[in-house]
Design a binder for this molecule. Sequence first.
Ligand code: HEC
Length: 108
Amino acid sequence: MALAMVASGGAFAAEQVGSAADAIAIARSNACMGCHAVDRKLVGPSFQQIAEKYKGDSQASARLEKKVKNGGAGVWGSIPMPSHPKMSDGDIKTVVAWVLAGAPALQK
Ligand code: HEC
């Protein structure tokens, strides 16, 4: 399947300032926050831990988008993340870019 639109290059770059709000709304409405917090481990790793782990990894967005969509286990432990087949690719992309940016909160 061609998901090649996940171009390399700076996800969450400066031109996307508005996206933190979108990403947070997506994370909330898809129950991500039931298992993840920004700065501490819950059922899954914190979003900041994830950002730290994949820092500088240009393949990370594509890989994590797939992981959020299909679910899976074994990277952080044996607890699996469920799949999210109903999420749109665009929503997944937005939320993964936000996670990889360290899950910044909204600018005041
Ligand atoms: C039922 C609990 C649960 C929900 C809901 C959940 N996650 Fe996870 N997530 C996990 C667990 C557990 C892991 C660790 C999986 C592993 O070890 O491979 C994880 C891992 C991740 C990772 C890192 C994957 C990797 O391979 O390093 C990302 C990114 C992530 N979650 C994002 C999300 C997003 C975005 C959502 C909402 C759409 C979400 N998660 C919803 C439990 C959950």
